[in-house]
Each structure stands twice: as structure tokens, then as C-alpha cells.
Design a protein around this ligand. Structure first.
Ligand SMILES: [Zn+2]
Length: 239
């Protein structure tokens, strides 16, 4: 019956979405992708999260934010700052964290321009387009007409934001010391007939597997964040 088939499909979908749960609330635009979003947090209400990022070793928010002693602050006294806003993603139909550094290759500068123009970033939808690849990645921000938001979703509270970020970028993600997860080696190692159409969700991979995959493809992961490495592998282009 169609009904039971649907149930199985739903079960599989649930399982897939659970598998990548850690990263599933972090906004992401694929290469040459286009996503319509609504900011639920205005510019001045954004949360700044200091982030320790050193690809081979760590990629996590400063633990002092969580009232813990932070093992990285000594060696990385000036963590990168991520600016975090809650958005509604019309494509995934969920709230997500729009989380970027204030650098020229992120959508942040464009959003500042929008804020200066409209005095708010919440009164209209935006289409975020990601073009190009590697170091030529460019985000374009297209403002749509002013229109009230139809949904009733609220921005995440600061505590919720901290939880989501902490789960997406755990500080103890030292996979080298954990027993390696069983996976189909063929999927990882056989890139010779890498199917471009087949989406691999690298966000579920351990750092160890990501590094191994980089080495195999001859990609340099030095100094890159986990997110950057995931993007590099997803796009199959080194940068
Ligand atoms: Zn720290």
C-alpha cells in the first residue's frame, strides 16, 4: 500500500536527518546554490561567538562561554569571531543559525549594507546565492520586497544558540582517540569513479576521515576550519 511505503520512506528520512543532526541547524549554501531566507534576528541582536579554529587540531567555540576552563585560550588567545543570527530557511523549512565571520568572502558585509539601507534586516526575505568555488567563492545577497514574515517562529535564545553551536562543533572531537566508526571503505576511498551527482554528507565524517580524504585527493587542509574542509571536499575543489 502507498501508505506503508510512505512510512518507510519517512523512516529513512528521519534516520538520515538524525545522522547529520549536529550540523543540521547551521545554515549552509551549496556551491552555485541559492537559498531564500528570512532573518529572525536583527543586526544588533546578533550573537558573537569566539571560535578556536585550527584545522588539524580543533574547531570549536571558546569553552569559557560555557563557564568551563578553555584548553585553547593559551595557544589561541585571539579566537576568530563568528556572528550568529537566527534565520528561517524556506528551503529546509526550519530555523537555522546564519553563522559567518565578518570577512569579505562571507555574506556579512552585504548584510551590513542592507542594514544601513533599511535600518533592519528582518522586514523582507533575502536570497543568498553562492557562486564560484574555492578562493573565488562569492556570496550575493538579493533583498526582496518589504513584506511581513508569515511564520510565527521566534529567534533562538542565546542559550539555545550556544547549545546548537556546541553540538555542531564539539570541543572534544578528537577522533584519533576514539575507535574509528565502521563505514564502507569503498565509499570513502574509491574516488576514481567519484559520482558528481551523489551527495556525500561530509559533515557526518570524523576529522580523521576528512583528513584522510584530503590527503588522498591531494588537498591541503592546513589552517582550514572543519567547515572549510567539508566545503572543499563537497565541491571537490582545493582552496
Ligand atoms: Zn578559549
Amino acid at each position: 500500500m502507498a501508505e506503508s511505503a510512505k512510512t518507510i520512506v519517512q523512516m529513512m528520512k528521519d534516520r538520515i536527518s538524525k545522522a547529520g543532526k549536529g550540523m543540521s541547524n547551521i545554515f549552509y549554501v551549496k556551491k552555485d546554490g541559492k537559498v531564500r531566507i528570512r532573518f529572525l534576528t536583527d543586526m544588533e541582536k546578533g550573537v558573537v561567538i569566539p571560535f578556536h579554529t585550527k584545522w588539524k587540531e580543533y574547531n570549536h567555540p571558546c569553552l569559557e562561554l560555557y563557564g568551563k576552563e578553555c584548553p585553547r585560550c593559551k595557544e589561541d588567545p585571539k579566537p576568530a569571531e563568528y556572528f550568529v543570527f537566527t534565520i528561517w530557511n524556506y528551503e529546509t523549512k526550519q530555523r537555522e543559525l546564519f553563522m559567518y565571520k565578518a570577512t569579505k568572502c562571507t555574506p556579512i558585509p552585504a548584510m551590513i549594507t542592507m542594514y544601513e539601507e533599511y535600518n533592519t534586516i528582518c522586514d523582507r526575505d533575502y536570497i543568498i546565492t553562492r557562486q564560484g568555488e574555492a578562493t573565488d567563492t562569492v556570496y550575493t545577497v538579493l533583498p526582496l520586497d518589504k513584506k511581513p514574515f508569515k511564520g510565527d517562529e521566534e529567534p533562538y535564545t542565546k542559550d539555545e544558540i550556544m547549545d546548537i553551536v556546541f553540538n555542531a562543533y564539539p570541543a572534544d572531537d578528537n577522533e584519533d582517540e576514539k575507535p574509528s566508526r565502521k563505514r564502507n571503505e569503498n565509499v570513502i576511498t574509491d574516488t576514481s569513479d567519484f559520482d558528481e551527482d551523489e551527495e556525500i554528507d561530509y559533515s557526518e565524517w570524523s576529522n580523521k576521515d576528512l583528513k584522510a580524504e584530503c590527503k588522498k585527493r591531494g588537498f591541503d587542509y592546513t589552517g582550514k576550519s572543519r567547515q572549510e574542509v567539508i566545503e572543499m571536499l563537497s565541491d571537490n575543489v582545493p582552496f
